[in-house]
Write a protein that binds this ligand. Structure first.
Ligand SMILES: [Zn+2]
Length: 455
């Protein structure tokens, strides 16, 4: 299926993977944190692909039980040995500095330096990624191999950073549809040079937003958030409490470029329409996938699904939070994510969106026994072949359950057929005058919290 990545044919799906990977590659060198110029630079590059409103929220602003922190920016950092050589150099990897380190410039004894060094002994060549957002501290992250070479009695250390009143920055893209009911799509933009954790979600969200913006008739409205993890979603929720009622469905997009099967983590509510759409999409994806129940641990779904917010927001990823050795290390690099995996993740998102967009409820005009499909050209000409093609079964299922009380997703779930084949059958039946959409309720006709039958 996938040809060489070098084939430059814009019609091949492979090219979408290359485009996704291209954005990961472009954003990789930027030193991001939960605030600061790295986030702004990232948002400006996203803005070149997707219209974005960029918001700046002042340090010190209260947001629920939290406060927007001071802004952190870093210019340079190093550890120099007694010859004056930079033995650890921020310019070589931005993971070398603990994010949110306070500025420091002094000569330290080896023992003091070691108290500020972080290593990963189980993977001696990898640099760990560490943060200290809410405790004032400084530190360096180095490979265990590198740490072992630090044997001088003293070192000069410098972290040329600033931690001062400023802003928290986030980006928001709103794509209006026919309905004001919204789909919230959220990804975090706060990690430095880490590809799967943050950049893969950004790349998929940008491509999804671009695709959504080209859809001729969006039924739903879409809001894409590019936010720093935790404090960003808390800040957005605190500033948009009057909008939450419009959010009908949501997805946190993260960890979508690495090897590993697609994993959907249900919303706290568990069986909402987005949960059912995502489960259905993954089940019919032709790939091995996994469905998990909600737990209050992970990414920003923790905030969207906190008890007072309780939005129907699930999380789509390939490699869930913390469950892979490369997680939060220098090994989460450009070799760890692939164009193919990014592209397959985007396709899963598009399938989920197609289900949300297409999930309507229909009423049959001929409920008294089956209508005669043959005379409408909808049934095979010669009966008794013994096997019903999928399309025929889809027609029969839709006709049987188009009673105004079952959505197309209900019918797809009950029939075991894909949403796409059910949707196509409904379109044929509408065209033949046998069905019409029940317009009074739209997606609201779907029972909001149904007993699960797809676990
Ligand atoms: Zn992370």
């Amino acid at each position: 299926m996938s040809s060489s990545p070098l084939v430059a044919d814009p019609t091949t799906v492979t090219n979408i993977g290359i485009e996704l990977y291209g954005l990961v590659d472009e954003l990789y060198p930027i030193c991001r944190s939960i605030t600061g110029h790295g986030v702004r630079e990232t948002l400006h590059r996203i803005e070149q692909r997707l219209p974005l409103a960029i918001h700046e929220v002042a340090s010190g602003t209260p947001v629920f039980d939290w406060t927007v922190p001071p802004e952190w920016n870093i210019r340079d950092a190093w550890i120099k040995d007694q010859n004056g050589d930079r033995v650890v150099d921020f310019q070589r990897s931005n993971l070398h500095v603990v994010s949110y380190s306070v500025p420091v410039r002094k000569r330290v004894a080896l023992s003091e330096l070691q108290a500020h060094l972080h290593t990963l002994p189980e993977h001696p060549s990898w640099i760990p990624y560490k943060t200290s957002y809410y405790a004032e501290n400084w530190g360096f992250c180095v490979s265990a191999e590198q740490a072992a070479t630090l044997t001088d009695a003293e070192y000069d250390v410098c972290i040329d950073a600033s931690l001062a009143a400023g802003h928290l920055t986030y980006g928001e893209c709103y794509l209006p549809g026919a309905s004001t009911e919204e789909v919230l799509l959220s990804c975090h933009v706060c990690h430095p040079s880490l590809c799967n954790d943050n950049l893969s979600g950004i790349a998929v969200a940008v491509a999804l937003g671009r695709w959504l913006s080209t859809l001729p008739k969006r039924r739903l409205s879409y809001r894409l958030l590019f936010i720093p993890g935790t404090i960003g979603s808390i800040t957005w929720l605190a500033r948009n409490q009057d909008r939450l009622g419009a959010i009908r469905h949501g997805l946190v997009l993260t960890g979508l470029g690495a090897p590993g099967n697609l994993v959907y983590k249900r919303s706290r509510r568990g069986a909402t329409e987005i949960d059912r759409a995502a489960v259905h999409a993954l089940k019919h994806s032709g790939q091995a996938t996994e469905i998990r129940d909600f737990i209050p641990y992970g990414y920003d779904e923790r905030q969207y699904c906190s008890p007072g917010i309780n939005l129907a927001v699930g999380c789509l990823s390939r490699t869930p939070y913390g469950e892979y050795p490369e997680y939060h290390t220098s090994a989460d690099n450009l070799d760890f994510v692939t164009p193919d995996q990014l592209e397959r993740s985007l396709q899963a998102c598009q399938t989920i969106v197609n289900i949300l967009e297409g999930n309507r409820t229909y009423v049959s005009h001929n409920p008294m026994c089956e209508p005669q499909l043959g005379k409408r050209g909808l049934y095979r000409a010669v009966g008794g072949a013994g096997q019903h093609p999928v399309q025929e079964m889809a027609l029969l299922w839709v006709l049987n359950l188009a009673d105004g009380g079952h959505s197309l997703l209900d019918i797809a779930e009950r029939s075991g057929l894909s949403f796409g084949s059910i949707d196509h059958a409904a379109a044929l039946l509408v065209h033949s005058g046998l069905l019409s959409e029940r317009l009074d309720t739209g997606s609201m006709a779907v029972p909001e919290e149904k007993v699960r039958r797809d676990a």
